[in-house]
Design a protein around this ligand. Structure first.
Ligand code: 5GP
Length: 318
């Protein structure tokens, strides 16, 4: 029985570099991996070191990865890890939330392809500064109005002159928004630059009832709430392409607007922050060079979500 191979697939939620890990029994035996890599665990016989392969890396033999239990203990404050070497040298998965329940180690995943008749997966976009995702979203819908729809969010911010009530947003007062929160209308909401934004369950159902794929863009903090079996969100992180030449010349038209050195710095650090804090939940990273190629790439990715199996948390299908 001990010889039986397990067929567990894990998504890595942290980067692992065996050569920097003094606790690895033999550093050449370790499997280096990055966040978002999918690992096939072939043996969990040992409580401390599992044997795994990286999916998509068929040439490789199984190598060692730290077990969840080991990684949890090493990242923890107290207990000694079951290793002869000192636990001070262990790499800790980064936990900006400092939330014990939030330790990012692995997530068990399985492949999922919606069958005909299944509800299409919710498409969630997050964007760092300069990504202009609402533009991208509107273009996608404009090109494929029968296929994609927008879960129209509610907001308390003032309507801009090109915006239409019920198209970009439902514009409501803060009092109305707060009462909607109280009545549980929103599946998610958040505050951004002193304004409230939120998506109601009703606005998602409205799109789904028209047999369309539902798009939404949110602040990344709410991803956690949206990642449920009910919506099976496919999460796309859009970030602007920042090149050295743009930095040197200080301006660029490739993104469709003028940029200063300061803007570029802000774009870069915003993308880094977002990746650091939320990258482990992201299914696809879209680097936006110019609006047209970003739209084409988005369309390709969304086709794949409907045609090819994607890795999702195993808990969604149980
Ligand atoms: P804007 O005011 O420029 O239209 O949107 C600003 C930001 O508000 C967006 O980039 C996005 O982060 C956030 N936002 C827009 N819609 C929603 C929503 O439905 N829910 C949440 N939580 N944030 C939203």
């Amino acid at each position: 029985d001990r010889m039986k191979e397990s067929r567990v697939y894990l998504r890595a939620l942290f980067d692992y570099t065996p050569y920097e890990d003094k606790a690895t029994p033999c550093q050449e035996a370790g499997l280096p991996f990055k966040r978002r890599d999918i690992l096939q665990v072939v043996s969990q016989d040992d409580a401390t070191w599992w044997q795994a392969k990286r999916v998509g890396d068929c040439s490789l033999r199984a190598a060692l990865i730290p077990s969840t239990q080991f990684q949890e203990r090493s990242a923890d404050t107290g207990e000694e890890a079951p290793s002869p070497t000192t636990r001070k040298d262990r790499q800790e998965p980064k936990t900006p939330d400092a939330n014990q329940a939030d330790f990012r180690i692995y997530e068990e995943v399985t492949q999922y392809l919606p069958r005909p008749g299944d509800r299409p997966r919710l498409i969630v976009l997050i964007g760092s500064v300069g990504a202009r995702i609402s533009e991208l979203k509107q273009q996608l819908i404009a090109e494929n109005p029968r296929r994609y729809g927008l879960a129209v969010p509610h907001t308390t911010r003032a309507r801009k002159c090109h915006e239409r009530e019920g198209i970009e947003y439902h514009f409501i007062t803060r009092a109305a928004f707060e009462s909607d929160i109280h009545n549980g209308k929103f599946i998610e909401y958040g505050e951004y630059k002193d304004n409230l934004y939120g998506t109601s369950l009703e606005s998602i159902h409205k799109v789904l009832s028209q047999n369309k794929v539902c798009l939404m863009d949110v602040q990344p903090e709410v991803l956690k709430t949206l990642r449920t079996a009910e919506f099976k969100p496919f999460i796309i992180f859009v970030k602007p392409h920042v090149t050295e030449s743009q930095k040197k010349h200080g301006s660029s038209s490739s993104l469709g607007f003028m940029i200063t050195e300061e803007d570029l710095q802000e774009m870069k650090s915003s993308a880094e922050r977002m990746d650091e804090c939320y990258g482990h939940w992201v299914d696809y990273i879209l680097v936006k060079e110019d609006p047209a190629s970003a739209l084409a790439e988005l369309q390709l990715v969304l086709d794949r979500v409907q045609l090819e199996p994607q890795w999702v948390p195993a808990s969604w299908l149980r």
